[in-house]
Write a protein that binds this ligand. Sequence first.
Ligand SMILES: [Fe+2]
Length: 246
Amino acid sequence: MVAAITAEELGHVELVSNGVAMLNNGPDTDEDEENGGDISGAPFEDMKDIRLAASFFANGGGAAPINSNGASWNNDFITTTGNVVFDLLHNFHLECGARLHKLRVYESLTDPTGREICGYLLVRGSVHAHAYALALKKITGVEIEKMLPVPNIPLGNIPECQKYLDEGSHRRLYTFSPDDYKEMSGIWGNGEVALPTDPQGELEVVEGMPDGGKIQQLAGVPSAFSPDYAPEEMLEIAEKLYKASR
Ligand SMILES: [Fe+2]
């Protein structure tokens, strides 16, 4: 179950990365497409006033493995004690913390792209917290799922969550594998049902993975030197280098 949830988390990193890129770059415009753009008019003057200007200066508005203050992800963020109960409890704690953070990010946004991402991740994050709670219940007998949701804001209060609840996303856990990890239905399933504040129904393990979403292909922004070369030029350069190396 931990492996399957970890696989889903990688998809969530991809989703957040694309969301960050879309929010930072805004809708595509044609103005800037040719001749490297006009940089003499300080097209990114506003960037010096944003709180984390490095997200533009260093990363061109793309997502980077840093927190909202620019501190890099590192192994201090990992807790692994070797005790399965303690480690599952830590994962449960992380998922509840992530829910709190998503809610606060949601409250800080009006942009529909950001809110949609928060809405989706709140539903899936609740699944993960619920799954770790049920795993802990299985091992210890303690009814940890009764502590959910934390904080006590039902997903039904968030309009962007509604369609995911309607389709039953809060009751599904994916194996992210064609053959492995089916045993987690002993935890997620086995007569267990949705959390009391969510639409009711049995929990269900789905073999494989959910359909991927569409990824917005952002236009280049030459005045931000991003990308410096068009992809077809990169391919041409790579081909020339490859031939020269033979
Ligand atoms: Fe999660």
